[in-house]
Design a protein around this ligand. Structure first.
Ligand code: DOR
Length: 431
């Protein structure tokens, strides 16, 4: 029998509303006790004195790039970067090459993940063939293969009739439809938030209304179909308000926000750094404030990284030409701890947005320290200072806005299925 005791930490378990000192005992991959002063005999001991013990983080929104773009990332490197950031379960988007619009691709991703990734990987299948927004995918077959949700992320389903049918059919499989809400006709050739900063920089703007118009449409379609709509990477005050109001009148809508949209504004693009370019773009200070409020009151259920690796040669071009996206696994925790430091969110609530809430959205048995649950656990030092150097990280790509910056808060260890797969002093420990 294998026994691992994580000892002497502040145990933060949103599923049981627990925020108290204690130990977590794991036997054969399962949590068997959460208590004060558990007997250590026969157990490997991981010291968590003075730091946090929490469920492993669940990331609803990542791009692992395999199959097809392994020069940016693959399931092995992405899985390592995930556990180094505390994410023990990740959902990966369908914009691979080929697109994950067929059970054979879903199978391939799951096979690869089993052998290559220290993090658990859950494929999100495309909602339409080739992400073209025209013909629906075979949802039942994709769910049978292991898909946990449907999304054309990276592309917007512009045809409202198609989106309505996608939502209707998603009810058959009881899986959420994740919308990338950017009306393409309003985005136009916009590459950053439309406003005073884009005017000053002379860059084409992507207006906030491109998001809000689309969120409004999708909420209306979710309302008439009764389907579960999940709004990806909310970036605008208007979208937060729409989700809040829809939820209040009983629409089944959930939403996520990225770490970067919680702390950076469009001012970050002032130096034309292509590592501040993503879709949706960084917004105004008012939008950031609204997103933070949305996380605080639970309107935005989940914090999701939208980890989107791109190679150096792709990002070292003019701002207008660079692909959108930033990597995010290894910096996410430090970045979002800002909400705790600013007194806007209690630690337990921050952990909830990283664990219980995203797990619920995807119906995963993860994100909890309940006795009997799979032992996916993180140890977090919220005070640890470190300088982030993406070239020393686990992702194959380096496109981070936090390159070279001092960050506060770091994952000390990640445990997946009872096995320690990452320790900050020893690195990734498997594969
Ligand atoms: O910034 C982004 N990058 N947004 C997306 O929706 C897609 C992603 C990517 O795949 O690079």
């Amino acid at each position: 029998m294998s026994r691992l005791l994580i000892r002497g930490g502040r145990v933060l378990d949103p599923a049981s509303d627990r925020d108290a000192a204690g130990d977590v005992l794991i036997e054969d991959g399962v949590i068997v006790a959460v208590d004060a002063d558990i007997d250590t005999r026969g157990a490997e001991v991981l010291d968590a004195e003075g730091v946090w013990i929490a469920p492993g983080f669940v990331d609803l929104h990542t791009h692992l790039r395999e199959p097809g773009q392994e020069y940016k990332e693959d399931i092995a490197s992405g899985g390592r970067a995930a556990v180094a950031g505390g994410f023990t379960s990740v959902a990966c988007m369908a914009n691979t090459q080929p697109v994950n619009d067929d059970p054979s691709v879903t199978d391939f991703i799951l096979d690869r993940a089993r052998t290559d990734s220290p993090a658990r990987v859950h494929p999100v299948a495309a909602a339409t063939k080739g992400l073209a927004g025209e013909v629906m995918t075979e949802m039942v077959a994709l769910v049978e293969a292991g898909a946990v949700a449907f999304s054309d992320d990276g592309k917007t389903i512009m045809d409202s009739g198609v989106m309505r049918r996608v939502l209707q059919y998603s009810r058959l499989v009881e899986r959420p439809v994740i919308t990338h809400a950017e009306d393409r006709t309003l985005v136009g050739d916009g590459v950053m938030n439309e406003g005073p900063v884009s005017t000053r920089l002379g860059l084409p703007g992507n207006p906030a209304v491109a998001e809000t118009v689309h969120v409004a449409r999708d909420i209306m379609l979710a309302e008439i179909t009764g389907a579960h709509l999940h709004v990806a990477h909310v970036s605008t005050a208007g979208a937060v308000e729409l989700v809040r109001a829809a939820r209040e009148r009983g629409v089944h809508v959930t939403a996520e926000v990225t770490p970067h949209h919680l702390v950076l504004t469009d001012e970050a693009t002032s130096g034309y750094d292509t590592n501040t370019k993503m879709a949706p773009p960084l917004r105004s200070a008012d939008d950031v404030r609204a997103c933070r409020q949305g996380v605080a009151d639970g309107t935005l259920d989940a914090i999701a990284t939208d980890h989107a690796p791109h190679a150096l040669h792709e990002k070292e071009v003019e701002f207008t030409e660079a692909p959108p996206g930033v990597i995010g696994f290894e910096t996410a925790l430090a970045v979002v701890l800002d909400l705790v430091r600013e007194g806007e969110l209690a630690p337990l609530e921050l952990i909830r947005r990283l664990t219980t809430d995203p797990a619920r959205i995807l119906s995963l048995t993860a994100g909890t320290l309940s006795v009997g649950a799979p032992a996916d656990v993180v140890v977090v030092d919220p005070e640890r200072r470190w300088t982030y150097d993406p070239s020393k990280g686990y992702s194959k790509s380096r496109n981070s806005p936090w390159n070279g910056q001092e960050l506060v808060g770091r994952v000390v260890a990640s445990v997946v299925g009872g096995r320690m797969v990452y320790h900050v002093d020893r690195g990734v420990l498997v594969q």
